[in-house]
Design a binder for this molecule. Structure first.
Ligand SMILES: [Zn+2]
Ligand SMILES: [Zn+2]
Length: 347
């Protein structure tokens, strides 16, 4: 066992604290990663506060992890010492079910092993990336291209792939009109990626306060959803809407924005069920869909796409001691556009 420095939640209500956690001994196919940066995802906050169900404490979260390989097991072939690598939202899956065989490990029919709060193969509870090191099976470790700085690569492992996967699946590209609802951590990546894919991108945000940023990220249009005229003006317009907001939305109003065969995909998850008026789906043969992260091969494809197109998230780098303050700021959407913890400050 390796004892490493970490930041952990000790209850649903207390601030996160510095502590140590154990990492398993390197197995034959394991990679030891010295973590350099870890992104702060809204899911981390929901999880430690018990909002997505009870968890065992202490718990270290973080599933936007980048760093350097410092040791490999004897059977590792995909990674080498000193490689720049990343780990996202999952660290294992069954590898045998239809979905795993199709490269869709995120939809593993036997349940993938999440990077934190999941039960690992050895029966321990997985601990996330707010720590100095992590041990991960090589198949769930991706390469981080040289041209993407570590701190900017981190948010790609969740915010990046969560938006890339539905954009790729529903074919955002030239001639397609894509709307992104919400300009936060996920939304700003969705705008950059959809624009790079060649789509005509519209941001739908509550107010126009981030309009300049949205246009800089590649959006062609920007509308305030607080203004009811927006929904009249944009009726029957979009081929694809990516909803990144985790608060309930007026489904009839948003579905009404889809043109023939358009799809509204939710990647944000409100805690309560969303009432979907079926008549709004009849018109224009509309689809309402969900999407969860992406497979490992697709995550690598996304990182390579970002490197090739020079795309990266906008980040605010913080120290290990600023995590609690950062959580409060995430909850008030006061971040441009993702917090990333400099793990050097945890050593
Ligand atoms: Zn996440
Ligand atoms: Zn599986």
């Amino acid at each position: 066992m390796l004892t490493v420095n970490a930041i952990a939640a000790t209850s649903a209500t207390d601030p996160l604290v510095r502590t140590t956690i154990e990492r398993r001994d390197l197995g034959p196919r394991d990679v030891l990663i010295e973590i350099r940066y870890a992104g702060i995802c809204h899911s981390d906050i929901h999880t430690v506060r018990g909002e997505w169900g009870e968890i065992a404490y202490p718990q270290t979260v973080g599933h936007e992890i980048v760093g350097r390989v410092t040791a490999i097991g004897p059977d590792v072939t995909r990674h080498a010492v000193d490689d720049r690598v990343g780990v996202g939202c999952m660290v294992n899956s069954c590898r045998e079910c239809d979905n795993c065989r199709a490269g869709q490990e995120q939809y593993c029919l036997n349940g993938n092993v999440g990077t934190y709060t999941s039960v690992d193969r050895d029966g321990t509870v997985t601990q996330g990336g707010y720590s100095t090191h992590i041990v991960v099976d090589e198949d769930f470790v991706v390469r981080v291209p040289q041209s993407i700085p570590y701190e900017k690569a981190a948010p790609l492992l969740c915010a990046g792939i969560t938006t890339y996967s539905p954009l790729a699946h529903w074919k955002a590209g030239p001639g397609r009109k894509v709307a992104v609802v919400g300009l936060g951590g996920l939304g700003h990546m969705a705008v950059k990626l959809a624009a790079a894919m060649g789509a005509e991108v519209t941001v739908l945000s509550q107010t126009l306060s981030k309009k300049d940023d949205g246009l800089t990220f590649g959006a062609a249009h920007y509308y305030a959803t607080a203004d009811p005229a927006t929904f009249e003006l944009l009726r029957n317009t979009f081929d694809l809407i990516i909803n990144t907001v985790s608060a309930p939305i007026d489904m009839a109003a948003y579905l009404g924005l889809l043109r023939l065969d358009g799809t509204l995909v939710s990647v944000g998850a409100p805690p309560q069920p969303l009432p979907v008026p079926v008549f709004a789906l009849f018109a224009n043969r509309r689809t309402f869909a969900g999407s969860s992260i992406g497979g490992i091969a697709e995550t690598q494809e996304m990182l390579d796409f970002c490197a090739e197109r020079g795309i990266a998230p906008d980040v605010e780098v913080i120290t290990a001691d600023q995590v609690n303050e950062a959580y409060e700021r995430v909850l008030t959407s006061d971040v441009r556009y993702r917090f990333v913890i400099d793990i050097e400050t945890l050593r």
